[in-house]
Design a protein around this ligand. Structure first.
Ligand SMILES: C[S@@+](CC[C@H](N)C(=O)[O-])C[C@H]1O[C@@H](n2cnc3c(N)ncnc32)[C@H](O)[C@@H]1O
Length: 237
């Protein structure tokens, strides 16, 4: 497991860092994922009084830059110097700190809110990191994270792909796993939104609007929430 994580960190160095934005969010379908995630985070933040945000494993600043431009004061933190230098080149005045999520370089209860996307899912030891995230958030502050759902169509396919060795480690959690985490860490769940039932990456481009429309309707029905592909969760400390 440790070796897999070392390989994960290496994906964000040098030339690989330079191709991150294009390879992860650089086509129409991937851009839909990007847009939906950002809109969901903003919807959560807008209902709360938040000034100072920490984006853990901010990468090239996808979320950080979006929130900064919406008027939030956001500090981005990442392990990779290369990812951070791309972030700085994209956004003048962006606040960044190099550090390791295992030992966040901030004092206790410093931030009103912490966001971290496309990160926790890759961590074999994610509970330790979540405890560390909780440390730097104020009492009554928030932690907003994404979790791929084990019980979704995409979750089942991901598990099959893991089984045949096509992809590496990925924490796939159910809605009740997420509630267990909140009990273990003594956090409450303030919001839990499913986004997508089927990954847009798999939907033929010509049907994407239709599928999106159907998904929007399904998401309004409580009985389908547990089957969403990605959960965006806001924990309260
Ligand atoms: C998939 S990228 C996600 C970037 C960004 N959050 C996003 O949603 O686009 C994962 C990021 O985690 C960073 N990372 C990996 N291990 C880390 C650690 N222990 N501490 C801080 N950042 C780490 C990598 O350098 C990389 O930038």
């Amino acid at each position: 497991m440790k070796n897999w994580y070392d390989g994960f960190v290496q994906r964000y160095v040098g030339l690989k860092a330079r191709s991150y934005d294009k390879s992860r969010f650089g086509n129409v379908k991937k851009a839909i994922v990007d847009k939906k995630e950002k809109e969901t985070i903003l919807k959560i933040l807008q209902q709360k009084k938040i000034k100072r945000i920490l984006d853990v494993a901010c990468g090239t600043g996808r979320i950080q830059i979006y929130l900064k431009r919406k008027g939030y004061k956001v500090v981005g933190m990442d392990f990779s110097v290369d990812m951070l230098s791309i972030l700085k080149s994209k956004e003048r005045g962006a606040l960044v700190v190099r550090g390791d999520a295992k030992t966040l370089p901030f004092k206790d209860e410093f931030f009103d809110c912490l966001v971290s996307f496309h990160f926790v899912r890759h961590l074999p030891n994610y509970l330790e990191i979540l405890k560390e995230m909780k440390r730097v958030v104020k009492k009554n502050g928030y932690i907003i994270l994404d979790f791929p759902n084990r019980k979704s169509v995409t979750g089942y396919v991901t598990r099959m792909r893991q089984f045949i060795g096509k992809i590496g480690h990925c924490n796939l959690l159910t809605k009740s796993n997420i509630y267990s985490i909140s009990h273990m860490l003594n956090l409450t769940i303030e919001d839990l939104f499913p986004i997508f039932f089927i990954s847009p990456i798999w939907t033929p481009l010509r049907y994407i609007k239709i599928v999106e429309g159907i998904e929007r309707k399904l998401m309004q029905k409580n009985i389908f929430i547990g089957f969403g592909y990605i959960f965006v969760v806001c924990f309260k400390k």
